[in-house]
Design a binder for this molecule. Structure first.
Ligand code: DEZ
Ligand code: MG
Length: 301
């Protein structure tokens, strides 16, 4: 059973118990480009109390560097080495886990941020934002030549998705049985500033259905992202808490990593998914309405 927190004492107890604080982004810090109330103040409280702050987002549309620009534009203090995204996790998975040979390529369904992380990991790719693939022209196999060097397809949130990209990815994944199928993340929806939109999981869904095959997911809840954090940040899981808005990514990610989990209700998950009548089997340790709730520890003094 989750513990619903709301008192100064409860927030103070969490602040005393955890040295490292992992934050999901979409639905916790912001919705689209709309900053959620109280986020800046609470992150400032954590930094003044010498807490380690880490951002872990499944949003693969931006690289860590371009996320730093978003943080700056929204007035949220963040350092590039505190930011971990599913685009980065996918690139590290390809370079370090699969150890993709430098002579091989990746076909990308995704946006500039994913391409930037692949490039920074020395991975050659085709597709993605290439204008020739971002077309509404009819796709015909008569005009398609398979690139024999493509040995992986990576699929992330792509707001320019189209039949051409899906068809080319399908060719690579069916004509080469050894072609890796990787999803940066499988979030079904994305909490934009004005409401829900299809998420990355809904972009890869047509391929999963057509192929009858699921991708390897490198974003939350998979451990790849936490492995990327561990490679750069020293932390004790027993004194680490993750704050997220989605049960089957953020909270499950925390549970898989042995972290304490705190769910906020400013993004995807609703109160009913916690309290019932049909509550989710994924049960966070703590629930609070919003990250900004922690401000009471300073307004109360
Ligand atoms: O791909 C998606 O659907 C979105 O990027 C999703 O919102 C994940 O972002 P996060 O909540 O992990 O920051
Ligand atoms: Mg989120």
């Amino acid at each position: 059973m989750s513990k619903r927190i709301s008192s100064v004492e409860q927030y103070e107890a969490l602040l005393d118990s955890y040295d490292t604080w992992l934050f999901d982004c979409d639905g916790v810090l912001w919705r689209g480009d709309h900053l959620i109330d109280g986020v800046v103040e609470v992150l400032d409280i954590l930094r003044r109390r010498n807490k380690k702050v880490v951002f872990v987002t499944n949003n693969a549309t931006k690289s860590r560097k371009s996320y730093k620009t978003k943080f700056d534009q929204l007035g949220v203090e963040a350092h590039v080495d505190e930011i971990y995204g599913s685009a980065y996790a996918a690139a590290v998975y390809l370079s370090s886990v699969i150890q993709l040979p430098k002579t091989k390529k990746v076909f990308v369904i995704g946006m500039g941020g994913l391409e930037e992380e692949l490039r920074d990991e020395g991975i050659t790719f085709i597709g993605g934002t290439n204008p020739a693939d971002n077309t509404l022209e009819p796709f015909t196999l008569a005009d398609f030549t398979l690139d024999p060097d493509v040995t992986a397809v990576v699929c992330g949130l792509d707001t320019q998705i189209n039949y051409t990209k899906l068809s080319k990815a399908f060719q690579y994944l069916t004509r080469n049985p050894d072609c890796h199928f990787i999803a940066t993340n499988e979030d079904s929806t994305y909490p934009s500033a004005h409401g829900l939109l299809p998420g990355a999981g809904s972009i890869s869904a047509p391929l999963r259905y057509a192929l009858g095959r699921n991708p390897v997911c490198t974003g939350k809840p998979a451990s790849t992202m936490l492995d990327c954090v561990k490679a750069k940040v020293q932390f004790d899981p027993a004194r680490t808490i993750i704050i997220g808005d989605r049960l089957n990514t953020d909270i499950l990610f925390g549970q898989n990593g042995g972290l304490t989990t705190l769910l906020v209700l400013t993004g995807i998950t609703t109160e009913e998914e916690i309290t019932g009548p049909n509550p989710s089997p994924i049960v966070p340790d703590y629930v609070t309405q919003a990250l900004g709730d922690f401000r009471v520890v300073e307004t109360a003094t």
